[in-house]
Ligand binder design. Sequence first.
Ligand code: 2U9
Length: 346
Amino acid sequence: MEQLLNKINAYKKEVTDFAAPDAKAVEEFRIKWLGTKGIVKDIMGEMKNVAPDKKKESGQLLNEFKLLVEAKYEGLKGAASNTEQKGPGIDLSLPGDPLPLGSRHPVTLMKNRIVSIFQRLGFAVAEGPEIEDDWHNFGALNLPAHHPARDMQDTFYVQHPPAGGIDWVLRTHTSSVQIREMEKGKLPIRMLMPGRVYRNETVSARSHCFFHQVEGLYIDENVSFADLKQTLYFFVKEMYGKDVKVRFRPSYFPFTEPSAEMDVTCFICGGSGCNICKKTGWVEILGCGMVHPNVLTNCHIDPNKYTGFAFGMGIERPAMLKYGVNDLRLFSENDVRFLKQFTSAI
Ligand code: 2U9
């Protein structure tokens, strides 16, 4: 018994002190101590030489020793698998693969330029659906049934319902978004509505069945035509430079009264006459006017208390002039060779 005890203590120390540098050493440990011809099995065999009155005590000691060896083996195994390298190593010092970077679309660049100028005057941006019902696209805007603008030649009808149902159209202007804002009943409104609009036109270098526009709307008490002019003067000077001159021509839109179109001196030839201004020295850039009282009433706004102005401009035409693009179709073909030429901060 004394002899067995000494042996176990010596083995315990050897097992406890053992360190395995790698997985191979761990396996050697297992074979040496826990294998079929290993030390644990061997020492268990010595039980038969122990005196009967000492068997219980010796059995406990041997069992404890076996558990110690097994626990040590599990510990060594776990540590070895953690440090083991799985698959080929990654060289973190290598430079990364460059990611191809896209660029903004020229129509987006022009839209952002326009929007950022009006944002400085306190205009917020609103968006709305591209498929509209008849009321928001036409009716509320003082375009009654049978108005020529509703003609199928100009408008894409999505669905012609049975009599009495709703006519769904692809919006022909973003004015429908303004109607939705006015219907919310929160005044004053100082908002900008950029977006894509649809017209039933043959696709060519100069016209397309969809294009983009920015419309603006300002409604409050005492808003006057003078406010409209000052706002648009500010826009033009920021957009086309301080030397540009402006003129208003009377015009007609069903949703504004009075209405006007605004021209600027040709920013291509400076007024001396070129193809862009058709030798007139002037380029038309937007339409505008005071919101028609019928439109206010349609949106439950009292026209005796509130007045407002609105304006609208296309985005493609100024983008074509600024970037020297001579074919509208290039904007929607998504040819990367075309698109990657445009860079800007906004
Ligand atoms: C509401 C009331 C009035 C928006 C306006 C124009 C004049 C205009 C065209 C310019 C070129 C559209 O992109 S384009 O084809 N727009 O001339 N737009 S006044 O008037 C509104 C809008 C909303 C509630």
